[in-house]
Structure formats: C-alpha cells, structure tokens
Write a protein of this length. Sequence first.
Length: 219
Amino acid sequence: MGSEASEFNFGKHDMCSEIIWKSLYHKLRPVIRKFVYSHRFSLSKGQENDVVEDLLQEAVVRVFKYAKYAAEGHVAPIDSIERFGYTIALNVCRDWWRKERHMLCQSLDDGVPEVMLSRTWLLNPEEVALNLVYQEWIFMKVAKGIAQFPQKTRRALLIELAERMFFDDKPTPLQKAFLQQGIRLADYCGLKPADPKLRSRHNSLVNHAFNRVKALSYC
C-alpha cells in the first residue's frame, strides 16, 4: 500500500490489490503483537504468536468486509485503509481481551489471583492517547457523513444532538468536528417541535438518522 494508498478514499479498484492487503498485514501485525504481549494472560501463555496471528486474520477480514460494503455504496467510504485497519485491529484486540478476562473470572476457583484480573484493566498512557485519537477520528468521520445527509434528516438529528449537549466557551470534541463541517450545534438548541404531529415526524427522522449514523461509525 505505502503512503500513496492512504492519501485517497479506498475504492472498489483497490479490493483486489494484493500489495495493499499484504501491506496492511505487515502494518497491523506489530500493533496487535504489542497489545497481546502487554495484556498477557496466564491462559494464553506460550501461545502468544498464535493469538497474534488469529487476531491479525480477524482484523483484516473485518476490514475487507467493510471495504466491500463501502465499495458497493452501503456504508461510508474508507478515507485511509491504514487508519481504518488500525482502528479495527484495536477493537479486535479489545474483544479478545474481554473474552480472556471472562475466562479468567470463571477460573478464579482454580487459583487464578484476583489481583491479576484488576491489573488487566489498567490502561497505560499510550493506550489512553490512542483512545483519544480514535475518538477524534470517529467524530470527524461521523460529522462529515452527517453533513451530507438529506436536509430534513440532518436537521432533525442536529436538533436532537443539540438538545442532549451542554454548551460553554470550550467546544467538546464532537462540537469541534461539526464546526469543521460548518455546523454550529448550538444554533439548533430549542428547535425541537412541540406540536404532537410534528414531534412524531421529528422522532421518525431522528430514528432514521441514527440508523445511518451506525453505518458511518461501523468498525
């Protein structure tokens, strides 16, 4: 893939590129390896390499499936296959982490120290920073997608979001993401219709909008 593939939207013509997928494997492997070895469990001791390869395979398969849906126009396009793959890899690792912890909880009666369980949930500063970057990336992607919604659907969703937010001098990360799309959420405060018929129509549009948002934030 190289830097060139991360500069444009990942499209249908990239799906069959062996170079891109081999590069994605190469770039995600150290990320997953680092996660696995920093969150080791006694149940997987000695099998770390197998775990890394299984998680890597799962991550790339998820990326491929989403890319296929995106190429068919069912979900939002991928801006950067590297960033998207990295996000998917972290989610796959966290899923494994939760399953491992659950298995450890079931093994407490067999002598697994409880202190080990609590230690597994401590996040190091690097992971906290990665979570923040991931959050910012998701907000930017969702705000960009919402800005392209049909006018009535977009307006209903923005009114609903504004009603659930607190506004002060410093915008939240989500508010910043919308500002970069030229949308000031504070402008939509207090606009929810009071008339029962209009409120019903508003709620219907909001439900439809949230279903579209799910597709935008899929990972």
